[in-house]
Design a protein around this ligand. Structure first.
Ligand code: FAD
Length: 507
């Protein structure tokens, strides 16, 4: 059975310990801080379960009786990758890319690890078997996974083991026949409050002495001892969908996780205290490429949405015909096309790795570097196009309930393209996308979800085909030499610098 929204929502009533505003949240599916998000995620599962979406959204795994969501598909060809991407694209459209960690993100990571299973097998067959079993378990039970792969900020100039508290970062505090016991914190479980399980590891480079933090495992979000420290809920502060159409429904939340001596059974441990393997799980397998390729597919959809907003804003203000406005729109269109082209280039330039087809690694890193810089620019361009219209708005939807105010809104909110209600509706949406607290968090997200820019630039530096470029320079340099040039001068004494000098000396 393909998972439905109702089934997913039911699975979240599991006693998880979410801490918000000084209290423990009982049921996240009904709490005003999360309930609309829960419904939005439920709607994604209903979308995949629709019979007319069967081919688009699901595939038949060779080793399972039931079809599964394509987010778990292991592409064996370019065609497979494109079919998988079409599912990701379709699944992103309902939230226009505002759910950064919808279920397709971490599924892409785990699928990528599975595609590189031999890396785990070479390291430790028991841990490899645990990972393989987990991939199948998560796929067949359609688990929504989040991940925490970064140690909390404290003193970034020191390694994890030299922080003031040795268990600030989550690490192994005990190990026995049943498994590991984990103590400490990890940042940031985006979507964690509405996910089923969390994948926990460390993608940051660790140093000698950091071994206890070099683990990789998965546990349910209701695991005993797991404390989910929610950030402020924007949804709770956005009770009207008309006033905050995005924060009201797509505030995916980001939570700090604290592991208060959480027990992890061996069958869910993929790496135990091995620093090199923590890097290898992402970079020697296709995991890092697949998780971030998904992120670029999502961004491609979000860019289209933001372009749509830009165009609606200029039409609403009657400024689309101005040459300067067309230039801005033209630039935005080019930037949107660049993101689209990079996704397609990753696919076309991809290649086989064993049995699987992998998007092109460097094109992915190029996209990450460029889009981290691009996103705040796009937001600034939209702000510039919109002007004070983003602020010249009724205080809230309640103003429409007062007949006198409604009449005044009708008088003051005017447009050559639409009525006053539609104008307010559009600008409210635009503000939530580019100006509100929800929007501001999105800019932070797009700038940091894949690491700070020195990290993504480092990947781009390391993976680029420098030899091809320096080869061109070398070929050019090899096409002439100093000795040949001097010989040429010697053969033609009447020309060249010496002759020049003689000529200049002559009276
Ligand atoms: C909205 C949001 C959602 C997130 N969701 C998730 C999630 O779901 N799962 C997850 O695991 N993580 C998540 N993260 C965390 C994210 O992965 C980290 O923010 C990211 O890796 C950057 O790490 P950091 O925030 O600790 O920044 P830092 O690494 O501390 O960097 C901050 C700045 O400090 C400077 N700096 C720090 N170290 C260096 C250095 N070595 N060299 C040079 N300059 C340096 C740079 O100026 C850098 O920009 C999320 C983050 C955000 C903002």
């Amino acid at each position: 059975m393909i998972k439905t929204g109702e089934k997913h929502i039911r699975s979240l009533r599991d006693g998880r310990q979410v801490h918000l505003d000084g209290a423990v949240v009982g049921d996240v599916t009904t709490h005003p801080a999360y309930r609309n998000l829960v419904r939005s995620v439920g709607a994604l599962y209903d979308f995949q379960a629709r019979p007319d979406n069967r081919e688009l959204m699901t595939f038949a795994p060779p080793d399972a009786g039931e079809r599964a969501n394509r987010i778990w598909q292991l592409p064996a060809s370019h065609e497979d990758l494109v079919a998988r991407r079409q599912a990701l694209e379709a699944w992103t459209e309902p939230h226009a890319g505002f759910l950064g960690r919808a279920p397709d993100h971490v599924a892409s990571c785990i699928a990528g690890m599975y595609m590189g299973l031999e890396v785990f097998e070479d390291h430790d067959p028991a841990r490899a078997a645990a990972l393989a079993e987990y991939y199948r378990h998560a796929r067949d039970n359609e688990l929504y996974l989040t991940y925490v792969i970064i140690n909390p900020q404290a003193d970034r100039s020191k390694p994890a083991h030299e922080q003031a508290d040795a268990f600030l970062s989550a690490g192994v505090v005990d190990e026995d026949g049943e498994g590991l016991t984990i103590r400490g914190a990890k940042m940031l479980a985006t979507g964690g409050i509405v996910a089923n399980e969390v994948f926990v590891t460390c993608i940051q480079p660790l140093q000698e002495g950091d071994e206890k933090y070099a683990v990789s495992f998965a546990i349910p979000m209701n695991a005993p001892g797991l404390k989910i420290l929610s950030r402020k809920s924007y949804e709770a502060h956005a009770p009207s969908v008309f006033d905050n159409p995005l924060a009201n429904r797509f505030d995916e939340n980001d939570a700090l996780l604290y592991f208060d001596d959480v027990k992890v059974p061996w069958e869910r441990v993929f790496i135990n205290q091995d620093i090199a393997m923590c890097q290898a799980q992402f970079h020697a397998t296709p995991a890092h490429v697949y998780q971030n390729y998904q992120a670029q597919v999502r961004l491609m959809v979000k860019m289209r949405f933001l372009l749509g907003l830009a165009r609606r804003i200029t039409d609403t203000n009657g400024v689309t015909g101005f040459p300067q406005v067309r230039e801005t729109l033209g630039t935005l269109a080019a930037q949107c096309a660049m993101v689209d082209a990079l996704v397609h280039a990753m696919e076309v330039k991809g290649g086989m790795r064993g049995d699987y087809y992998i998007p092109d690694r460097h094109t992915l890193y190029a996209a990450q570097v460029l889009t981290q810089q691009l996103y705040p620019q796009i937001v600034t361009s939209l702000r510039a196009l919109a002007g004070g219209g983003l602020i010249m708005l009724p205080s809230s939807v309640a103003d429409f309930a007062d007949p006198e105010m409604r009449a005044l809104i009708g008088k003051t909110q005017q447009s050559p393209a639409c009525d006053s209600e539609s104008r307010v509706k559009l600008f409210r949406l635009a503000w939530d996308a580019i100006g509100s607290e929800f929007a501001s968090r999105h800019t932070q997200y797009e700038m940091f979800y894949a690491g700070a820019d020195f990290v993504t630039k480092g990947h781009s530096f390391r993976c680029f085909d420098w030899d091809r470029c320096t080869g061109l320079v070398d070929r050019m340099l090899d096409s002439y030499s100093l000795e040949e040039e001097l010989a040429r001068l010697r053969e033609a004494p009447g020309s060249g610098p010496e002759a020049d000098r003689q000529e200049r000396k002559a009276p």
